[in-house]
Design a protein around this ligand. Structure first.
Ligand code: NAP
Length: 252
């Protein structure tokens, strides 16, 4: 059986990925601070194995404890393959550098960068012992490649995630493992994250009006369209490890 671990499966893109994977008969392990009861209900209705783990990914100790438990429970079931979606992410703090509080800076980097590194490290380690194939999908952003004023921390954490992906892929190839690791940039989606962006201030975020226009002009992608493109890629078996994919190239 294939297992998918999805961080941030409670909302937005993560919820849409979980929804699609349930229809693909893939067992779901959801990780976030809140549980999405609709996803749970759908999994039960379709007879798909489902577990939710409550975890605050900004707290390193919780990440270690929860993912040790998940790894223990999955690897003992001798899975055919593990899909690890490091999807959870935070945009805050939106503010110019020099005017930031310390705690949100640290939380952003913990959730967007440190947690994906810790989790990937744990799963590649366990995979060595059991010879299980692990596919890692790190959800990144166009902000990893383009400096956006007011988003210093987000741009930096996502740029770090891209470099982590590319470097880990080289290592896995050199070690001749079956594992793959990619980054995926989902475009601008109509999720809670965009609401947070639109509710920031013009002083903190120079491009505020542009992002409000995206919503008003209906230019935001639907999370389920993006999730379908990503899942088609991942299940298609032709993933190029180390690549930073952009949804636009997949939607054609
Ligand atoms: N929306 C966009 O336009 C856009 C553009 C480019 C990239 N992205 C990326 O796409 C990914 C998904 O974003 P989205 O738009 O779906 O965002 P979203 O709707 O805000 O959902 C974020 C998810 O992350 C989880 N999360 C946040 N902080 C967490 C924490 N401390 N511990 C555990 N889980 C946490 C949330 O779950 P809980 O609240 O239940 O914990 C939620 O499920 C992110 O990596 C984001 O950076 C989004």
């Amino acid at each position: 059986m294939k297992y998918a671990i999805i961080t941030g499966a409670s909302k937005g893109l993560g919820e849409a990925i979980a929804n699609r994977l349930i229809h693909e008969q893939i067992a779901i392990v959801s990780v976030s601070r809140s549980e999405n009861v609709e996803i749970k209900r759908l999994a039960i209705e379709k007879g798909i194995s489902y577990q939710h783990h409550t975890c605050n990914l900004s707290l390193e100790k919780e990440v270690q404890e929860v993912f040790m438990e998940i790894a223990h429970s999955i690897f003992q079931k001798e899975p055919e393959e593990i899909l690890l979606f490091n999807n959870a992410g935070v945009i805050e703090p939106i503010q110019t550098i020099g005017n930031l509080d310390q705690t949100p800076i640290i939380s952003n980097i913990q959730v967007n960068l440190i947690a994906p590194i810790l989790i990937t490290n744990l799963f590649f380690n366990k995979a060595q012992v059991t010879n299980t194939k692990v596919q890692v999908i790190n959800v990144t952003s166009g902000a990893a490649l383009r400096p956006i004023e007011g988003w210093t921390v987000y741009c930096s954490s996502k740029a770090g995630l891209n470099m982590f992906t590319q470097t880990a892929a080289l290592e896995q190839a050199a070690m001749k493992t079956n594992n793959t690791i990619i980054a995926f940039s989902p475009g601008i989606m109509d999720t809670n994250m965009q609401e947070t962006i639109r509710s920031s201030s013009k002083e903190a975020f120079k491009e505020l009006e542009k992002f409000k226009d995206f919503k008003e002009n209906n230019l935001l992608l639907k999370a389920d369209v993006v999730a379908d493109a990503l899942v088609d890629l991942v299940l298609g078996g032709k993933v190029e490890s180390g690549k930073v994919y952009n949804v636009n190239e997949l939607l054609g």
